[in-house]
Design a protein around this ligand. Structure first.
Ligand code: NDP
Length: 256
């Protein structure tokens, strides 16, 4: 590769907002974006987690406490990014939760809570960020779906439905915003070792062994596995890729 081709991955001068960027997959992506030169705003509800993530991101980063299910807080989060960095080029829609219950066990409130945190939030964040992404002239949206969109999840129907919604939202945004030179793609993580999966891993008998046996890579994913895909999808290297949903799962979804 020539120096010019490697320069395609350079994010110097670009600004990113990463929701759910204070831990897990979001922090893995935020670290990648910062290492490639971007100024990064991370957000999450927990101020202590925000502060400790910020320490790992270096001097060009900032953090903001915001609940992405609340429209006014989403708007304030985007505005804080613009106030701090003067623009927004890269939006990472990543905040999310899971309530691990089959459909016949979950309450309507639990269903609604998952849809609000995972899907309503994505709509709100994308909508609030659109004017700034359009003004950028080279906007990028990366949304965190899940490999459960490829085959369903008997013990997490709300989660799987919300993530299916993410993929369809991203495809719709990709088409609507292409004239503004904004590319929108989803990533579909497999089993990743984060706070989200740690409780299930400890409580569900045999889960750890099943994940290891079914994942061709032979291991759980790590937050660090998301740095490269974030850089790629945020950079000029992916300018002709939009509306895609890309598994990042060690091969799990490609086997039976
Ligand atoms: P974590 O629990 O580590 O991260 C979730 C993040 O979302 C945290 O930063 C949390 O911050 C934030 N968050 C949750 N709810 C809200 C809210 N209402 N408002 C603002 N921030 C919120 O788990 P992961 O890193 O694993 O999850 C990141 C994304 O990856 C999620 O969308 C998840 O669904 C997805 N994913 C994860 C997989 C896995 O195996 N781990 C597999 C497939 C997809 P705070 O608590 O401070 O609000």
């Amino acid at each position: 590769m020539t120096g010019a081709e490697l320069g395609l991955f350079d994010l110097t001068g670009r600004t990113a907002l990463v929701t759910g960027g204070n831990g897990g997959i979001g922090l893995g992506m935020a670290k990648g974006l910062a290492a490639a030169g971007a100024k990064v705003m991370i957000s999450g509800r927990n101020e202590a987690k925000n502060a400790s993530a910020l320490a790992a991101l270096g001097p060009r980063a900032a953090a903001m406490a915001a609940d992405v299910t609340v429209p006014a807080e989403v708007e304030a989060m985007v505005q804080a990014t613009l106030d701090r960095f003067g623009g927004l080029d890269i939006l990472v829609i990543n905040a999310g939760i899971n309530i691990r219950k089959a459909a016949h066990e979950a309450s309507f409130e639990e269903w609604r809570a998952v849809l609000a945190a995972n899907l309503d939030s994505a709509f709100l964040t994308a909508k609030a960020a659109y004017p700034a992404l359009k003004a950028s002239g080279r906007g990028k949206v990366i949304a965190t779906g899940s490999m459960t969109t490829l085959f369903g999840a008997p013990f997490a129907p709300a989660y799987s439905a919300s993530k299916g919604g993410i993929v369809q939202l991203v495809r719709s945004l990709a088409a609507a915003w292409a004239p503004d030179n904004i590319q929108c793609n989803a990533i579909l993580p497999g089993w990743i070792d984060t706070d989200l999966t740690r409780a299930a891993r400890a409580q569900v008998p045999g889960l750890n062994e099943r994940v290891l046996a079914r994942t061709p890579a032979g291991r759980w994913g790590a937050p660090e596995d998301f740095a490269g895909i974030a850089i790629f999808l945020a950079s000029s290297a992916s300018d002709f890729i939009t509306g895609a949903a890309i598994p990042v799962d060690g091969g799990y979804s490609s086997t039976i």
